[in-house]
Design a protein around this ligand. Structure first.
Ligand code: CUA
Length: 157
């Protein structure tokens, strides 16, 4: 029995759509560089206090006024340090790990969003162009105090 013309058209259209989606995935992953962030390293969560640089969390100035690194620990239910100050126009690399359970790391108003897994170190690079305030919020449910888990970023003029 011959295939109806309209039937053949819809079969061809659905094959075409699959090809287009497949190409879109390949282009965004390999040409656009859109990939899931890989862990930047591993750490023994029980030995965080003895392992550099997490034995001394805080803000480090790499290039004054321009580049900073923030070493940060997430734990139930706080980020350490809980407040960060950087100047406007700076590029900040957050080096973060979790001491206990899975936490989230999201910076309000920025394209920064990772999951913090005990044993893994995550790197997040963010540029702060304008003075103002941002919050780092935990977006993975981590227990009874989850909704109180946040830190503040103050971008100074
Ligand atoms: Cu930490 Cu939710």
């Amino acid at each position: 029995m011959p295939i109806e013309r309209s039937e053949r058209l819809f079969i061809n259209l659905s094959i075409l759509m699959l090809v287009i989606f497949f190409i879109a995935v390949l282009v965004s992953a390999f040409i656009g560089g859109l990939q899931v962030p890989a862990p930047a390293g591993t750490i023994d969560p029980a030995a965080i206090n003895q392992t550099a640089p997490f034995d001394n969390p805080g803000v480090r100035e790499l290039v004054p006024g321009k580049r900073y690194e923030v070493v940060m620990i997430a734990q139930t239910w706080a980020f350490i340090p809980g407040e960060i100050r950087v100047p406007a126009g700076s590029e900040v690399t957050f080096r973060i790990t979790s001491r206990d359970v899975i936490h989230g790391f999201e910076i309000t108003g920025k394209n920064a969003n990772v999951m913090l897994i005990p044993g893994q170190i995550s790197l997040v690079k963010v540029k702060f162009d304008k003075p103002g305030e941002h919050y780092i919020i935990c977006h993975e449910y981590c227990g009874i105090g989850h909704q109180t888990m946040y830190a503040k970023i103050i971008v100074e003029p």
